[in-house]
Design a protein around this ligand. Structure first.
Ligand code: HEC
Length: 166
């Protein structure tokens, strides 16, 4: 009996010691149809070698709330799509146009780490689910220190902030 209890305790401890699986969320449907909060070209903040087009979209419900209140409601989803730049595609004689999707990520005010907190998620383009980025990653420190509002880079989102002003 004692031995059985010991085995059970051992198994329990082993199970508890295992790192919890990273949180995941369903990638929202129809992100392509969401309002654009802002776009940037060749913005380099992680030593990216090649210039890219970055587009940030916001879910329509939170866009409407932001325009009304100037704040991101709980549940806000901001979606970042990074695309390669293509040079001088005909008939253009210069300049760059959008190419293939290089990466997709979400910034979600899901309050997983307490009231008002946001979590980053990354996913493969076209994937059904996104995986949470560990809180130890630099995503969280840069956004906490440099982003203008609520860990989101509203200083680069005039399409969003000017909609508020109108
Ligand atoms: C050194 C600073 C820095 C780091 C590190 C960083 N970001 Fe960002 N992030 C930015 C800037 C600047 C923007 C503004 C939009 C852009 O990229 O065009 C941004 C925008 C975003 C957005 C759009 C929503 C928002 O919050 O403004 C997402 C999503 C995002 N980053 C995800 C990530 C993820 C995931 C990581 C980590 C793997 C990461 N970022 C690391 C600076 C950073």
């Amino acid at each position: 009996m004692k031995a059985t209890a010991a085995v059970v305790l051992f198994l329990l401890a082993a199970a508890l010691a295992q790192a919890p699986a990273p949180a995941t969320m369903a990638v929202p449907a129809g992100i392509a149809a969401w309002p654009v909060a802002g776009a940037s070209f060749a913005l380099s903040y992680e030593g990216t070698a090649k210039p890219s087009f970055n587009t940030v979209r916001i879910d329509p419900r939170s866009f409407a709330a932001y325009v009304k209140t100037g704040a991101f409601p709980a549940g806000t989803v901001l979606a970042l799509e990074v695309r390669a730049a293509r040079t001088e595609v005909a008939p253009a004689k210069g300049g760059e146009t959008e190419g293939a999707v290089l990466s997709t990520s979400l910034h979600v005010k899901d309050e997983r780490a307490g009231p008002g907190t946001w979590t980053f998620y990354t996913y493969q383009p076209g994937a059904a689910r996104a995986t949470a980025v560990p809180r130890t990653r630099s995503c969280y420190t840069c956004h906490a220190q440099e982003a203008q509002q609520d860990t989101a880079f509203t200083q680069f989102y005039p399409s969003l902030t000017e909609a508020r002003a109108r």
